[in-house]
Write a new protein. Structure first.
Length: 238
């Protein structure tokens, strides 16, 4: 990778800005001063700016607590997107949200520029479990619960058996639901199909990831090493 692109990808400036940094004799590669922006950085080389070594790991993995009112997209002509919540210093080329939460749905959302991992997590055959806390318009009944736990036949797909738990002290109006798919409006459609309605939806888990209780709406953090290892274990390399 070209040295100017390397620095630009790490958000040290535009290509024009990082070229000025390089030509100002502020960058070394393996302890050798490098003034050529087009220099090909060898894999594993130690690049330093003003004497501070930089990482070559350009992949990032962010766990976001999505608030209501923003759309899950890279850009939108009318609404704020989840990308608007990411600080400029944390942006990376190719960063995108893995999967989709509706505009009014809140909770756990993964953002990464690791396209291979993101694609594999969304692959239909992986059935990565996702857990939601849903607030219902009416108390859940046993008759409504049965079809959700066994599977519902829609025109476009049949839902897999889901795990359903009623949250205590909510008058049977709040439940935690774990599903293995991620179809459009799936959770809302499932409850509508049995005669109820979701009035609020919050995702609390995806695979090995759980939403931290101290991560407020609109905030995000990088995955821990253990969380990332757990995600990658879901999609082992062939």
């Amino acid at each position: 990778m070209r040295l100017d692109r390397f620095l630009s990808n790490l958000q040290y400036g535009t290509r024009k800005e990082v070229r000025r940094i390089i030509k100002a004799a502020r960058v070394t590669v393996d302890d050798q001063l490098q003034r050529d922006p087009g220099f090909d950085v060898p894999e594993g080389a130690v690049v330093a700016l003003d004497g501070t070594a930089l990482t070559q790991d350009l992949a990032v993995y962010y766990l976001l607590n999505k608030p209501a009112g923003v759309v899950t997209a890279n850009r939108d002509a009318r609404d704020r997107t989840v990308m608007d919540l990411i600080a400029d210093t944390d942006m990376r080329p190719g960063l995108y949200p893995v999967g989709r939460l509706d505009k009014d749905t809140t909770g756990l959302l993964l953002l990464t520029n690791d396209g291979t991992l993101g694609h594999n997590l969304l692959a239909p055959g992986k059935h990565v479990p996702k857990t939601y806390r849903a607030t219902l318009a009416r108390p859940l009944t046993a008759a409504q619960r049965g079809p959700i736990e066994t599977g519902i036949a829609f025109k476009d797909f049949t839902s897999r058996p889901a795990t359903l738990t009623v949250v205590p002290d909510t008058a049977d109006r709040q439940v935690e639901l774990t599903i293995g798919e991620g179809k459009y409006h799936q959770v809302k459609r499932m409850f509508l199909a049995v005669g109820n309605e979701v009035v609020a939806l919050h995702r609390i888990a995806m695979g090995p990831l759980t939403l931290p209780g101290n991560l407020s709406a609109g905030r995000y953090r990088s995955l821990t090493a253990a969380e990332l290892a757990g995600l990658k274990a879901l999609v082992p390399k062939r």
